[in-house]
Design a binder for this molecule. Structure first.
Ligand SMILES: NC(=O)c1ccc[n+]([C@@H]2O[C@H](COP(=O)([O-])OP(=O)(O)OC[C@H]3O[C@@H](n4cnc5c(N)ncnc54)[C@H](O)[C@@H]3O)[C@@H](O)[C@H]2O)c1
Length: 435
């Protein structure tokens, strides 16, 4: 039996061992899914705190339920020791793909993880890259690091790219139910990729190349970034005309075809939408093509925190108050509702701008007790507990994130002035400004 056929059989009878590299928002739920699907899983991470937490059965991501990982015991093993890759048959890479200080792709985590696993690969191994990246990464960056004269891609090992489509905290979709796009470096690689993912998700969407799979993911996220920018721009227009943009979108969304609703907000956040399109921009430059939509969307979306701050200034000004010395409570530090993720969150930019203007800023977020130190931000702030007294003592309350756990009625009853960037409150409400 060929190595390929043997592996497909091992995947089918669940004797294959899966290695997941990078145990974050993407890798951790993937471990849970692979264990649920009946595999033994080894999880690798360079962050010793994550390994310790997992060994102590603690999830460090609020919305991720470790579920079957814990009772499974011997079927999940977290480690920082990459030599244990020798025990695996499949390695899935779920490491970060940020932008560097010049807003160019930073592939150091991808390269670092590929180099960490490469010495331990054996004939028949499958490597799948799931990190979001520009078209060509798998072939141009990953493959050369793995391939040797006597260890050839498509024959001795198999390489696939399968983008992750996680929507954190969305209860309607899980790793199993979200269709998985898979592209292979060769027809044999694609066949193995389909066999692996076909055993853990309900639907596999095969495509003709790794580049197509990489581009499909960037298209999805660019589509979102551009459409959010469009409604953010229209929000400014509607606001200037005294029209409620949220009412407009609700009305437009009744059209049963040709319209998908996107909602404005205080700016883009998270590890994906503000970043991924710029991976394509960088690559497109090498083909002498400018990605004008991506650039424009980025420009509009990154200006939204400025708009929110200007609305706070206007609201305070209408009450004869300056921002300097004003007590501003920001509701929500996370970039979107019901998650604990503050990466690229516009709330942090807004808080920094208000502090620079001399406001006394506090924040409340039931999902983020403390704002962690990050590459771009070092706020060292702790969440306050909202109460009628705390609200009444503020000069202005900003709705930055519309978490379900906020008591919106109580907030409206006690806050003297509300600036709402999420359309939580109906326009026309007393003491309300839309931002
Ligand atoms: N977060 C999402 O909702 C989401 C959705 C779709 C796609 N993605 C993509 O998935 C990838 C991972 O994102 P994430 O949100 O899970 O990131 P994350 O920061 O939550 O997790 C990444 C993990 O990788 C670890 N790591 C870094 N370098 C490593 C190495 N060399 N070896 C082993 N572990 C290493 C980090 O310690 C961290 O635990 C990114 O490319 C992202 O764009 C994320």
């Amino acid at each position: 039996m060929s190595g390929k056929q043997q592996l497909i059989e091992k995947l089918g009878d669940r004797s294959a061992v899966i290695g997941v590299v990078g145990l974050g928002y993407v890798g951790l739920p993937l471990c849970v899914r692979c264990v649920d699907a009946g595999y033994r899983v080894i999880g690798f991470d360079t962050d010793p705190e994550k390994i310790t937490a997992l060994l102590e059965n603690r999830s460090y991501i609020e919305h991720i339920d470790l579920g079957n990982l814990l009772p499974a015991g011997e079927r999940f093993h977290p480690t920082g020791d990459f030599s244990q890759c020798t025990e695996t048959d499949v390695i899935v890479l779920c490491v970060p793909t940020p932008l560097n200080a010049h807003r160019q792709p930073d592939l150091s985590y991808v390269i670092g993880s590929v180099n960490a696993v490469a010495p331990y690969l054996h004939p028949g191994h499958v490597v799948s890259l799931e990190s979001t990246t520009y078209p060509g990464t798998t072939e141009e960056e990953v493959r050369p690091l793995l391939e040797k004269p006597n260890f050839r891609c498509g024959e001795d090992f198999f390489l696939v790219y399968s983008p992750e489509r996680e929507d954190p905290a969305n209860p309607e979709f899980t790793t199993r139910t979200i269709p998985k796009i898979v592209g292979g470096s060769s027809p044999a690689c694609l066949e193995i990729g389909r066999a692996f993912y076909g055993n853990i998700v309900d639907e596999v969407v095969p495509v003709s190349s790794t580049q197509t799979a990489e581009m499909a993911k960037i298209l999805e996220n660019t589509y979102r970034a551009v459409n959010v920018a469009l409604v953010n721009e229209l929000k400014l227009v509607a606001d200037a005309m005294g029209i409620d943009i949220f009412e407009v979108i609700r009305a437009a969304a009744t059209k049963p075809f040709g319209f998908t609703a996107f909602y404005p907000g205080p700016g883009l956040g998270g590890h994906c939408i503000p970043i991924d399109p710029f991976y394509l921009t960088w690559k497109a430059h090498s083909c002498n093509i400018a990605t004008k939509f991506i650039e424009l969307a980025g420009e509009i979306n990154t200006q939204m925190p400025d708009y929110v701050v200007s609305k706070i200034m206007e609201a305070l000004n209408d009450r004869g108050k300056a921002v300097r010395g004003a007590k501003v409570l920001v509701l929500g530090a996370a970039y979107k509702k019901n998650v604990d993720d503050v990466r690229e969150s516009p709330s942090l930019v807004i808080i920094e701008q208000l502090l620079t203007l001399g406001a006394e800023v506090s924040y409340a977020d039931p999902h983020v007790q403390r704002i962690p130190k990050m590459r771009k931000h070092d706020l060292a702030m702790e969440s306050v507990r909202i109460s009628p007294e705390i609200l009444a003592a503020c000069d202005c309350v900003l709705v930055a994130t519309d978490h379900d756990r906020f008591d919106w009625r109580m907030i409206a009853r006690h806050a003297p002035l509300i600036v709402d960037s999420r359309g939580v409150y109906p326009s026309g409400m007393a003491n309300l400004y839309r931002a």
